[in-house]
Write a protein that binds this ligand. Sequence first.
Ligand code: DP6
Length: 361
Amino acid sequence: MKITAIANSNIALVKYWGKRNEKLILPQNSSIGLTTDCLSVKTTLEFARKYKKDILILDGKEFKRGSEEYDKYFKSFLNKLRNLPRSEILTSAESRKGFASQTSVKILLRGLAKTKLRAKAVSQSGFPKAAGLASSAAGFAAMAAAANSALNLGLNAQGLSILARQGSGSACRSIFGGFAEWQRGKKRDGLDSFARQIANENYWPDFRLVICLTSKKEKKIKSRAGMAQTVKTSPFYDGWLKTIDDDLKKVRKGIRERDFSLVGKTAEENCLKMHALMLTTKPAIIYWNSGTIALIHRVFEWRKNGLECYFTIDAGPQVKILCLKKNLKVLLKRVKKIAGLEGIIVAKPGPGPKIVNNHLF
Ligand code: DP6
């Protein structure tokens, strides 16, 4: 059956940067993301006998065997979906207990272990890919949601989050609208490593992200390779892990109490710590360009002069400025005056994936 799903990117307020298991995509630390109401990806997926091989078309371009997108992301996700041996999905009775619903685990087993069919996936995103706007998060959240229906897996949100995680880690947070925490988990099979919603998209409607595009070029180092190198070589990595729990606590509290200052301040500090890891990776990873740095200074300056806003930056040069609706107009006026910006997108808390009827092929 042909299924089409739309999912939105999420922007991390407490970042994920490093895996403890690269194959299963298990993180070193928990993270918190805000699913946006834009930055969406639409994916149509079909499993059928007529396909002799898996086909991937992203934004009108076919990616074939030999490309990273096809081999390391798409094919690897589909193979996990189709071929995971039972033992990797459910290793023990203990894993079953760790999972919220036993039924989902059973369905996860049935669905994941059985299909041999090849698939065609056509995906359309409305924003520049691989430029630090979490395209893989939206992409795999949509793909997981589509696969769930196409293969009749019957996964609940947690199962879906586990599935999406295995496409791209941050995708497990995009399964939920609003604010979601991806809990690190402890189990080796990853069945306790999924996102949970902290607050839905209607909880804090005044929260805004002003996404400033300083360059639409694709980044040279993908997050996956970058974070692996960081875990191996940054002397600051232990320090990062030691401070994460505190950041998580503050952001959770900030969301619960709608304390914008606490969320913004903590998110900005956490982002700078992640970039300190990148800078101290060998060889150094620097995603920022001159526009990124100029914006950082402007945010400091605006804040000092009474306009409350904070920034966060992911694995790319774009600066996402956090503010409240009451300050959006003034902030936008200032941002628009900055020369050289390639685009401005205003986002607010948005919903999780949905299945739609208009297919892309
Ligand atoms: C900087 O989820 O894209 O955006 O799991 O290897 O696919 P993989 O990585 P990915 O990394 C996202 C990194 C980040 C921070 C975050 O979203 O938490």
